[in-house]
Unconditional design. Structure first.
Length: 397
């Protein structure tokens, strides 16, 4: 009796932790229904089971697995607690018809695939795998959402939101008051430098000279940390503290100097197409027009200017990166920027100052994916009148 109970517990553990199917499964033990158990994948992987019988080892769905010597395909399916009608089996890349499952013995080293049906044939993941990497200078980004680190209530909340956003590039201001919290803890203690590339910015600089000094300090800091972001900078040269709009002349001047010093410069600028062209001409690695004033949450106020910037900068250089920076207030702003054809979005306040920053971080991440894919999927044309989506043939009259 003890042995039976022990075996039951072992089998139940295998089912709960290792079986992965896209439907509910029920099991019976001593007349009692146990379950349901739900899973989402289409392959099966099991924990290793140790018995006193002679055994063989096979490769089951890419994982090492042990079976009793002499086991047939039917025996294996039964041991996996699967319904034969719900799976198909391949052995050594040859389909094994279910008609011969009970006759087909498995041998040492066989490579077995057990598959089932999953909903629809949609791609795995959440759509992010359909978005190609973004190249800015020598940097290649797998996620086109870049986020800042300021304004969070706590460093712990910042850390959670960075993870939720999926961003691999995060911006950090090179200023003493931004590096430590009130308890003296360093912001860098809450950033995984192996996972994230730091983009130092010159936030708060109102002259080209201030911005140059800050950029050089940022490079020195990141070189000491061994972070890949040491060779680039997000350049901000602001005109006044009330509007925080960029100073176009000082931005162009500072870009020229930094490019000569070996920086890859990502330039925060207005939505002026003329300034955008000049910044690219002097060597900016990326132009980042503001959607609206920093922290205003107004979204993209002048889409026509953004479209012109995209045409001007990408006309003969379609891979040149244009990233919306500033003014993003919610997820729909991100989606709209991407649908305009922008290559990415950089934001901070939209997440950090939201009532629920963590939820907003997730929302911004999904909006990035939605906007990018929608822009490249070909929307239906706008029409004045309705077009029926259901066929009219065969109506009962």
């Amino acid at each position: 009796m003890v042995l039976i109970k022990k075996r039951f517990i072992l089998v139940l553990t295998v089912v709960i932790e290792a079986t992965t199917l896209p439907h509910a499964m029920f099991f019976s033990y001593n007349g009692r229904i146990i379950g349901p158990y739900f899973a989402v994948c289409h392959r099966v992987s099991l924990k290793k089971v140790t018995t006193n019988q002679a055994t063989i080892r096979i490769i089951l769905n890419g994982q090492d697995h042990e079976l009793a010597d002499g086991s047939t395909v039917a025996d294996m399916i039964a041991a996996l607690r699967l319904r034969p009608e719900h799976v198909a089996v391949e052995c050594n890349k040859t389909l094994i018809s279910r008609k011969v499952h009970s006759e087909t013995r498995l041998s040492q080293g066989d490579e077995v695939e057990v598959v089932t049906l999953v909903g629809g044939g949609a791609p795995t993941g959440n759509g992010e795998d359909l978005i190609p990497p973004l190249k800015i200078g020598t940097h290649t980004l797998t996620n086109r959402l870049m986020v800042g680190t300021g304004k969070y209530a706590t460093l712990e909340l910042m850390q959670e939101c960075l993870e939720a956003s999926g961003a691999e590039v995060i911006t950090v201001a090179v200023r003493r008051e931004r590096l430590s919290d009130k308890s003296g803890r360093n912001i860098l203690d809450f950033i995984d430098l192996k996972k994230h590339t730091i983009l130092p910015n010159t936030a708060g600089c109102f002259t080209a000279e201030e911005a140059l000094r800050t950029a050089r300090l940022g490079r020195e800091l990141l070189e000491g940390l061994g972070n890949a972001g040491a060779d680039w900078v997000k350049l901000e040269v602001l005109s006044d503290p009330r509007t925080l709009l960029p100073d176009p002349m000082a931005t162009v001047l500072a870009t020229e100097v930094l490019v000569k010093e070996g920086f890859q410069v990502l330039c925060y600028t207005s939505d002026c197409p003329v300034t955008a062209r000049r910044l690219k001409a002097v060597g900016a690695a990326c132009v980042m027009p503001a959607g609206s004033p920093i922290g205003s949450g107004q979204g993209v106020l002048n889409p026509s200017s953004i479209r012109i910037i995209l045409e001007d900068l990408k006309g003969e250089d379609p891979d040149y990166p244009v990233v919306i920076d500033a003014g993003v207030g919610t997820a729909s702003d991100v989606a709209f920027a991407m649908e305009l054809g922008c290559d990415g979005v950089l934001l901070n306040t939209g997440i950090a100052s939201a009532q629920d920053p963590l939820r907003m971080a997730f929302a911004m991440r999904h909006a990035m994916t939605a906007g990018y894919l929608a822009a490249r999927s070909g929307r239906i044309p706008r029409k004045l009148y309705a077009t029926a989506s259901s066929p009219i043939d065969g109506l009962i009259r």
